[in-house]
Design a protein around this ligand. Structure first.
Ligand code: HEM
Length: 394
Protein backbone atom coordinates (compact mmCIF):
# COMPACT_ATOMS: atom_id res chain seq x y z
CA UNK A 1 0.00 0.00 0.00
CA UNK A 2 1.32 3.45 -0.95
CA UNK A 3 2.46 5.85 1.79
CA UNK A 4 -0.58 7.36 3.51
CA UNK A 5 -0.69 11.12 3.98
CA UNK A 6 -2.39 12.13 7.20
CA UNK A 7 -3.63 15.33 5.55
CA UNK A 8 -5.61 13.10 3.15
CA UNK A 9 -7.25 11.35 6.11
CA UNK A 10 -8.31 14.76 7.45
CA UNK A 11 -9.79 15.97 4.15
CA UNK A 12 -13.53 16.67 3.83
CA UNK A 13 -13.78 14.28 0.87
CA UNK A 14 -12.29 11.41 2.84
CA UNK A 15 -14.51 12.13 5.86
CA UNK A 16 -17.66 11.73 3.76
CA UNK A 17 -17.02 7.97 3.65
CA UNK A 18 -13.78 6.69 5.16
CA UNK A 19 -15.02 3.10 5.54
CA UNK A 20 -13.94 1.51 2.22
CA UNK A 21 -10.39 2.76 2.82
CA UNK A 22 -10.39 1.52 6.41
CA UNK A 23 -11.57 -1.89 5.17
CA UNK A 24 -8.57 -1.99 2.82
CA UNK A 25 -6.21 -1.05 5.63
CA UNK A 26 -7.64 -3.76 7.89
CA UNK A 27 -7.15 -6.33 5.14
CA UNK A 28 -3.80 -5.23 3.69
CA UNK A 29 -1.96 -3.13 6.28
CA UNK A 30 -3.61 -3.44 9.70
CA UNK A 31 -0.67 -1.78 11.48
CA UNK A 32 0.43 0.81 9.00
CA UNK A 33 3.37 3.22 9.15
CA UNK A 34 3.01 6.91 8.27
CA UNK A 35 4.06 10.37 9.51
CA UNK A 36 2.13 12.83 11.67
CA UNK A 37 3.48 16.16 12.93
CA UNK A 38 6.88 15.06 11.53
CA UNK A 39 6.92 11.99 13.75
CA UNK A 40 6.90 8.34 12.79
CA UNK A 41 3.32 7.21 13.38
CA UNK A 42 1.45 3.90 13.28
CA UNK A 43 -2.21 3.58 12.36
CA UNK A 44 -4.03 0.66 13.94
CA UNK A 45 -7.34 -0.31 12.32
CA UNK A 46 -8.53 -3.80 13.35
CA UNK A 47 -10.99 -4.09 16.25
CA UNK A 48 -8.83 -6.46 18.32
CA UNK A 49 -5.71 -4.31 17.82
CA UNK A 50 -7.51 -1.02 18.56
CA UNK A 51 -8.86 -2.54 21.78
CA UNK A 52 -5.39 -3.82 22.69
CA UNK A 53 -3.79 -0.40 22.11
CA UNK A 54 -6.46 1.39 24.19
CA UNK A 55 -5.99 -1.01 27.10
CA UNK A 56 -2.23 -1.61 26.99
CA UNK A 57 -0.34 0.43 29.58
CA UNK A 58 2.79 0.31 27.45
CA UNK A 59 1.09 2.92 25.28
CA UNK A 60 1.28 6.14 27.24
CA UNK A 61 -0.29 9.57 26.80
CA UNK A 62 2.49 11.74 28.15
CA UNK A 63 4.51 13.18 25.27
CA UNK A 64 8.09 11.94 24.86
CA UNK A 65 10.83 14.57 25.41
CA UNK A 66 11.46 15.21 21.68
CA UNK A 67 7.90 16.56 21.18
CA UNK A 68 7.45 18.41 24.48
CA UNK A 69 8.23 21.75 22.84
CA UNK A 70 4.77 21.64 21.26
CA UNK A 71 3.25 21.37 24.71
CA UNK A 72 5.23 24.29 26.00
CA UNK A 73 3.93 26.49 23.16
CA UNK A 74 0.34 25.37 23.55
CA UNK A 75 0.57 26.32 27.23
CA UNK A 76 -1.34 25.01 30.21
CA UNK A 77 -4.43 23.88 28.32
CA UNK A 78 -2.67 20.71 27.22
CA UNK A 79 -2.10 19.70 30.85
CA UNK A 80 -5.25 17.67 31.23
CA UNK A 81 -6.22 14.10 32.09
CA UNK A 82 -6.28 12.92 28.48
CA UNK A 83 -2.55 13.67 28.27
CA UNK A 84 -1.63 12.00 31.58
CA UNK A 85 -0.94 8.46 32.74
CA UNK A 86 -1.20 6.40 35.91
CA UNK A 87 -1.60 8.21 39.24
CA UNK A 88 -1.54 11.73 37.67
CA UNK A 89 -4.36 10.77 35.34
CA UNK A 90 -6.37 9.13 38.12
CA UNK A 91 -6.04 12.16 40.41
CA UNK A 92 -7.44 14.52 37.76
CA UNK A 93 -10.19 12.14 36.63
CA UNK A 94 -11.33 11.46 40.21
CA UNK A 95 -11.82 15.20 40.82
CA UNK A 96 -14.60 15.44 38.23
CA UNK A 97 -15.76 11.86 37.87
CA UNK A 98 -18.68 12.25 40.30
CA UNK A 99 -20.22 15.11 38.34
CA UNK A 100 -20.57 12.86 35.26
CA UNK A 101 -22.00 9.67 36.73
CA UNK A 102 -25.18 8.34 35.17
CA UNK A 103 -27.34 9.20 38.19
CA UNK A 104 -26.31 12.86 38.29
CA UNK A 105 -26.50 13.24 34.54
CA UNK A 106 -30.04 11.84 34.60
CA UNK A 107 -31.02 14.92 36.62
CA UNK A 108 -30.26 17.04 33.54
CA UNK A 109 -32.97 15.29 31.50
CA UNK A 110 -35.60 18.03 31.91
CA UNK A 111 -33.11 20.81 31.12
CA UNK A 112 -31.82 19.00 28.00
CA UNK A 113 -35.41 18.47 26.86
CA UNK A 114 -36.28 22.13 27.30
CA UNK A 115 -33.17 23.30 25.38
CA UNK A 116 -34.14 20.95 22.51
CA UNK A 117 -37.72 22.25 22.54
CA UNK A 118 -36.63 25.90 22.56
CA UNK A 119 -34.20 25.40 19.67
CA UNK A 120 -36.78 23.60 17.52
CA UNK A 121 -39.49 26.16 18.30
CA UNK A 122 -37.09 28.83 17.10
CA UNK A 123 -36.38 26.85 13.91
CA UNK A 124 -40.11 26.36 13.26
CA UNK A 125 -40.60 30.08 13.74
CA UNK A 126 -37.76 30.88 11.29
CA UNK A 127 -39.13 28.37 8.78
CA UNK A 128 -35.71 26.76 8.21
CA UNK A 129 -33.34 24.39 9.96
CA UNK A 130 -29.62 24.16 9.33
CA UNK A 131 -29.22 21.33 11.79
CA UNK A 132 -25.58 21.85 12.77
CA UNK A 133 -25.78 25.53 13.54
CA UNK A 134 -29.36 25.66 14.83
CA UNK A 135 -29.53 22.47 16.90
CA UNK A 136 -26.63 19.98 16.96
CA UNK A 137 -24.10 22.58 18.15
CA UNK A 138 -26.09 24.82 20.53
CA UNK A 139 -27.58 21.91 22.48
CA UNK A 140 -24.39 20.26 23.82
CA UNK A 141 -22.60 23.62 24.00
CA UNK A 142 -25.37 25.06 26.20
CA UNK A 143 -25.49 21.97 28.42
CA UNK A 144 -21.73 21.71 29.08
CA UNK A 145 -21.37 25.50 29.41
CA UNK A 146 -24.16 25.58 32.01
CA UNK A 147 -22.58 22.68 33.91
CA UNK A 148 -19.20 24.41 33.95
CA UNK A 149 -20.63 27.87 34.54
CA UNK A 150 -19.44 29.57 31.34
CA UNK A 151 -21.58 32.68 30.82
CA UNK A 152 -23.67 32.91 27.67
CA UNK A 153 -21.70 35.93 26.45
CA UNK A 154 -18.49 33.82 26.20
CA UNK A 155 -19.79 30.60 24.71
CA UNK A 156 -19.63 31.34 21.02
CA UNK A 157 -16.24 33.03 21.36
CA UNK A 158 -14.82 29.99 23.18
CA UNK A 159 -16.26 27.80 20.47
CA UNK A 160 -14.55 29.69 17.60
CA UNK A 161 -11.26 29.79 19.49
CA UNK A 162 -11.20 26.07 20.23
CA UNK A 163 -12.27 24.95 16.78
CA UNK A 164 -9.10 25.90 14.92
CA UNK A 165 -7.00 23.54 17.03
CA UNK A 166 -9.31 20.65 16.18
CA UNK A 167 -8.95 21.23 12.43
CA UNK A 168 -5.13 21.15 12.52
CA UNK A 169 -3.58 18.03 10.99
CA UNK A 170 -0.10 19.38 10.16
CA UNK A 171 2.62 21.01 12.20
CA UNK A 172 1.96 24.30 10.36
CA UNK A 173 -1.74 23.98 11.18
CA UNK A 174 -0.97 23.38 14.86
CA UNK A 175 1.33 26.41 14.93
CA UNK A 176 -1.32 28.55 13.17
CA UNK A 177 -3.88 27.56 15.81
CA UNK A 178 -1.67 28.65 18.74
CA UNK A 179 -2.81 32.32 18.90
CA UNK A 180 -6.42 31.12 19.27
CA UNK A 181 -5.38 28.77 22.05
CA UNK A 182 -3.56 31.58 23.82
CA UNK A 183 -6.63 33.81 23.50
CA UNK A 184 -8.74 31.01 25.00
CA UNK A 185 -6.35 30.77 27.96
CA UNK A 186 -6.57 34.55 28.53
CA UNK A 187 -10.38 34.41 28.51
CA UNK A 188 -10.48 31.44 30.86
CA UNK A 189 -8.05 33.09 33.27
CA UNK A 190 -10.41 36.08 33.49
CA UNK A 191 -13.36 33.80 34.13
CA UNK A 192 -11.50 31.89 36.87
CA UNK A 193 -10.63 35.21 38.52
CA UNK A 194 -14.32 36.17 38.47
CA UNK A 195 -15.35 32.88 40.06
CA UNK A 196 -12.70 33.17 42.77
CA UNK A 197 -14.24 36.42 43.98
CA UNK A 198 -17.85 35.44 43.21
CA UNK A 199 -18.34 31.69 43.70
CA UNK A 200 -21.38 30.05 42.11
CA UNK A 201 -22.99 26.62 42.09
CA UNK A 202 -21.05 25.42 39.04
CA UNK A 203 -18.22 23.05 38.18
CA UNK A 204 -15.62 25.79 37.66
CA UNK A 205 -16.24 27.07 41.20
CA UNK A 206 -16.09 23.49 42.56
CA UNK A 207 -12.75 22.95 40.82
CA UNK A 208 -11.38 26.25 42.14
CA UNK A 209 -12.41 25.22 45.64
CA UNK A 210 -10.64 21.88 45.17
CA UNK A 211 -7.56 23.84 44.12
CA UNK A 212 -7.80 26.14 47.12
CA UNK A 213 -8.34 23.25 49.55
CA UNK A 214 -4.83 22.02 48.98
CA UNK A 215 -2.31 21.56 46.20
CA UNK A 216 -4.45 19.02 44.38
CA UNK A 217 -4.99 21.13 41.27
CA UNK A 218 -2.53 23.72 39.97
CA UNK A 219 -3.69 26.73 37.94
CA UNK A 220 -2.37 25.06 34.77
CA UNK A 221 -4.31 21.89 35.59
CA UNK A 222 -7.42 23.94 36.28
CA UNK A 223 -7.15 25.59 32.85
CA UNK A 224 -6.48 22.22 31.22
CA UNK A 225 -9.45 20.62 32.94
CA UNK A 226 -11.92 23.35 31.97
CA UNK A 227 -10.74 23.39 28.36
CA UNK A 228 -10.89 19.60 28.04
CA UNK A 229 -14.36 19.35 29.58
CA UNK A 230 -15.65 22.17 27.40
CA UNK A 231 -14.24 20.90 24.10
CA UNK A 232 -14.78 17.17 24.72
CA UNK A 233 -18.20 18.04 26.11
CA UNK A 234 -19.64 19.38 22.89
CA UNK A 235 -17.33 18.91 19.88
CA UNK A 236 -18.10 15.20 19.82
CA UNK A 237 -21.80 15.21 20.71
CA UNK A 238 -22.49 17.77 17.98
CA UNK A 239 -21.44 15.09 15.50
CA UNK A 240 -23.46 12.33 17.14
CA UNK A 241 -26.54 14.50 16.61
CA UNK A 242 -25.58 15.66 13.09
CA UNK A 243 -24.32 12.32 11.74
CA UNK A 244 -27.17 10.58 13.56
CA UNK A 245 -29.88 12.71 11.97
CA UNK A 246 -28.33 12.17 8.53
CA UNK A 247 -28.11 8.38 8.98
CA UNK A 248 -31.75 8.17 10.10
CA UNK A 249 -32.94 10.31 7.17
CA UNK A 250 -30.94 8.20 4.72
CA UNK A 251 -32.37 4.91 6.09
CA UNK A 252 -36.17 5.28 6.00
CA UNK A 253 -36.84 1.77 7.38
CA UNK A 254 -34.68 2.30 10.44
CA UNK A 255 -36.11 5.77 10.84
CA UNK A 256 -39.65 4.37 10.88
CA UNK A 257 -38.64 1.84 13.57
CA UNK A 258 -36.96 4.62 15.54
CA UNK A 259 -40.05 6.84 15.36
CA UNK A 260 -42.56 4.09 16.12
CA UNK A 261 -40.73 2.29 18.94
CA UNK A 262 -39.44 4.74 21.56
CA UNK A 263 -38.11 1.78 23.58
CA UNK A 264 -35.44 1.32 20.89
CA UNK A 265 -33.89 4.72 21.53
CA UNK A 266 -30.99 3.45 23.64
CA UNK A 267 -29.90 0.76 21.20
CA UNK A 268 -30.44 3.17 18.28
CA UNK A 269 -27.98 5.64 19.80
CA UNK A 270 -25.41 2.85 20.36
CA UNK A 271 -25.75 1.86 16.71
CA UNK A 272 -25.39 5.48 15.60
CA UNK A 273 -22.23 5.77 17.70
CA UNK A 274 -20.87 2.66 15.98
CA UNK A 275 -22.05 3.37 12.48
CA UNK A 276 -21.26 7.10 12.17
CA UNK A 277 -18.07 7.55 14.29
CA UNK A 278 -18.50 11.07 15.76
CA UNK A 279 -14.86 10.69 16.83
CA UNK A 280 -12.97 8.81 14.14
CA UNK A 281 -9.70 8.38 15.99
CA UNK A 282 -8.63 8.13 19.62
CA UNK A 283 -6.13 10.73 20.76
CA UNK A 284 -2.37 10.18 20.53
CA UNK A 285 -0.47 7.48 22.38
CA UNK A 286 3.26 6.77 22.49
CA UNK A 287 5.05 3.43 22.85
CA UNK A 288 6.85 3.42 26.21
CA UNK A 289 8.96 0.50 24.96
CA UNK A 290 9.13 -1.56 21.76
CA UNK A 291 5.70 -3.16 21.40
CA UNK A 292 4.63 -5.89 19.00
CA UNK A 293 1.16 -5.61 17.52
CA UNK A 294 -0.09 -8.11 15.03
CA UNK A 295 3.44 -8.92 13.85
CA UNK A 296 4.63 -5.30 13.56
CA UNK A 297 7.12 -3.88 16.04
CA UNK A 298 6.32 -0.35 17.12
CA UNK A 299 9.58 1.17 18.33
CA UNK A 300 9.81 2.98 21.65
CA UNK A 301 8.75 6.65 21.42
CA UNK A 302 6.68 6.25 18.23
CA UNK A 303 3.21 7.75 17.93
CA UNK A 304 0.26 5.36 17.67
CA UNK A 305 -3.24 6.26 16.49
CA UNK A 306 -6.07 3.82 17.19
CA UNK A 307 -8.77 4.35 14.58
CA UNK A 308 -11.99 3.62 16.46
CA UNK A 309 -14.09 4.43 13.38
CA UNK A 310 -12.40 1.53 11.60
CA UNK A 311 -12.70 -0.83 14.59
CA UNK A 312 -16.43 -0.08 14.66
CA UNK A 313 -16.75 -1.34 11.08
CA UNK A 314 -14.58 -4.43 11.50
CA UNK A 315 -16.41 -7.38 9.94
CA UNK A 316 -14.81 -9.84 12.38
CA UNK A 317 -16.55 -8.09 15.27
CA UNK A 318 -19.74 -6.77 13.66
CA UNK A 319 -21.56 -8.98 11.13
CA UNK A 320 -22.47 -6.87 8.08
CA UNK A 321 -20.82 -3.76 9.50
CA UNK A 322 -22.10 -1.49 6.72
CA UNK A 323 -25.70 -2.30 7.63
CA UNK A 324 -27.27 0.27 9.91
CA UNK A 325 -29.46 -1.71 12.31
CA UNK A 326 -30.87 0.10 15.34
CA UNK A 327 -31.52 -3.21 17.11
CA UNK A 328 -27.97 -4.55 16.66
CA UNK A 329 -27.06 -6.81 19.55
CA UNK A 330 -24.36 -7.32 20.76
CA UNK A 331 -22.86 -3.94 19.93
CA UNK A 332 -19.57 -3.51 21.74
CA UNK A 333 -18.48 -0.46 19.76
CA UNK A 334 -15.40 1.53 20.71
CA UNK A 335 -16.83 4.99 19.97
CA UNK A 336 -16.15 6.04 23.57
CA UNK A 337 -12.73 4.38 23.67
CA UNK A 338 -11.83 1.77 26.29
CA UNK A 339 -9.57 1.31 29.29
CA UNK A 340 -8.31 4.03 31.66
CA UNK A 341 -9.34 6.91 29.38
CA UNK A 342 -12.81 5.58 28.56
CA UNK A 343 -14.97 8.64 27.84
CA UNK A 344 -15.85 10.39 31.07
CA UNK A 345 -18.87 12.05 29.43
CA UNK A 346 -20.45 8.92 27.90
CA UNK A 347 -23.63 9.09 30.06
CA UNK A 348 -24.10 12.77 29.12
CA UNK A 349 -23.44 12.17 25.41
CA UNK A 350 -25.88 9.25 25.37
CA UNK A 351 -28.63 11.19 27.10
CA UNK A 352 -28.18 14.24 24.86
CA UNK A 353 -28.18 12.07 21.72
CA UNK A 354 -31.30 10.19 22.81
CA UNK A 355 -33.31 13.29 23.69
CA UNK A 356 -32.06 15.40 20.75
CA UNK A 357 -32.87 12.86 18.03
CA UNK A 358 -36.18 11.68 19.51
CA UNK A 359 -37.39 15.27 19.85
CA UNK A 360 -36.21 16.24 16.37
CA UNK A 361 -38.05 13.44 14.55
CA UNK A 362 -41.19 13.76 16.69
CA UNK A 363 -41.39 17.49 16.15
CA UNK A 364 -40.82 17.35 12.36
CA UNK A 365 -42.28 14.11 10.98
CA UNK A 366 -41.61 15.31 7.40
CA UNK A 367 -37.97 16.08 8.04
CA UNK A 368 -35.86 15.63 4.89
CA UNK A 369 -32.60 16.77 3.31
CA UNK A 370 -32.76 20.18 1.68
CA UNK A 371 -29.87 19.32 -0.65
CA UNK A 372 -28.42 16.22 -2.33
CA UNK A 373 -26.41 14.06 0.09
CA UNK A 374 -23.37 14.13 -2.26
CA UNK A 375 -23.17 17.89 -1.95
CA UNK A 376 -23.02 17.94 1.87
CA UNK A 377 -19.78 19.42 3.18
CA UNK A 378 -17.81 17.50 5.80
CA UNK A 379 -15.46 19.13 8.28
CA UNK A 380 -11.74 19.05 7.71
CA UNK A 381 -10.36 17.30 10.79
CA UNK A 382 -8.23 14.33 11.61
CA UNK A 383 -10.01 13.07 14.67
CA UNK A 384 -13.63 14.17 14.43
CA UNK A 385 -16.05 13.12 11.72
CA UNK A 386 -18.86 15.59 11.29
CA UNK A 387 -20.73 17.80 8.89
CA UNK A 388 -20.01 21.44 8.27
CA UNK A 389 -23.69 22.05 7.54
CA UNK A 390 -26.85 19.94 7.32
CA UNK A 391 -29.69 21.97 5.76
CA UNK A 392 -33.03 20.25 6.34
CA UNK A 393 -36.56 20.90 5.17
CA UNK A 394 -39.60 20.13 7.31
C1 HEM B 1 -20.79 11.35 21.21
C2 HEM B 1 -20.05 12.00 22.05
C3 HEM B 1 -18.69 11.59 22.53
C4 HEM B 1 -17.78 10.72 21.97
C5 HEM B 1 -17.92 9.91 20.69
C6 HEM B 1 -16.62 10.70 22.85
C7 HEM B 1 -15.50 9.92 22.65
C8 HEM B 1 -14.43 9.84 23.52
C9 HEM B 1 -13.30 8.96 23.33
C10 HEM B 1 -13.08 7.99 22.16
C11 HEM B 1 -12.46 9.16 24.39
C12 HEM B 1 -11.15 8.42 24.66
C13 HEM B 1 -10.01 9.03 23.90
C14 HEM B 1 -8.73 8.27 24.03
O1 HEM B 1 -8.65 7.24 24.74
O2 HEM B 1 -7.77 8.69 23.38
C15 HEM B 1 -13.05 10.18 25.23
C16 HEM B 1 -12.48 10.67 26.38
C17 HEM B 1 -13.03 11.70 27.11
N1 HEM B 1 -14.26 12.28 26.93
FE1 HEM B 1 -15.61 11.86 25.50
N2 HEM B 1 -16.84 11.56 23.89
C18 HEM B 1 -18.09 12.11 23.75
C19 HEM B 1 -18.70 13.02 24.60
C20 HEM B 1 -18.14 13.54 25.73
C21 HEM B 1 -18.81 14.45 26.62
C22 HEM B 1 -20.25 14.96 26.50
C23 HEM B 1 -17.92 14.77 27.60
C24 HEM B 1 -18.25 15.70 28.74
C25 HEM B 1 -17.46 16.22 29.56
C26 HEM B 1 -16.68 14.04 27.32
C27 HEM B 1 -15.52 14.08 28.07
C28 HEM B 1 -14.42 13.26 27.88
C29 HEM B 1 -13.24 13.32 28.72
C30 HEM B 1 -13.00 14.25 29.90
C31 HEM B 1 -12.36 12.33 28.24
C32 HEM B 1 -10.97 11.99 28.78
C33 HEM B 1 -11.09 10.89 29.80
C34 HEM B 1 -9.77 10.48 30.38
O3 HEM B 1 -8.70 10.84 29.87
O4 HEM B 1 -9.80 9.74 31.39
N3 HEM B 1 -16.87 13.30 26.18
N4 HEM B 1 -14.27 10.56 24.68
Amino acid sequence: MAQIKMTDLASPRFKANPYPFYARLRAEAPVCRTTLLRQRTWLVTRYADVLAVLKDERFVKDWPPKTRWLHRFAGPITRHMLNQDGADHMRLRTLVHKAFTRGLIEQLRARIQSVCDELLTQAAHNGRLELMHDYALPLPLTVIAELLGIPERDRFRFHTLSRSSLSASTLAGVVRSLPDQWALIRHLRKLIKERRTEPRADLITALIQAEEAGDRLSEAELLGMITLLLIAGYETTVNLIGNGALALIEHPQERARFEQHPALVESAIEELLRYTSPLDMASQRFAREDVNINGATIPRGDLVIAIVGSANHDETQFPEPETFDITREPNKHLAFGQGAHFCLGAPLARLEGQIALTTLFQRFPNLRLAQAPESLRWRKSLIVRGLEELPLAF
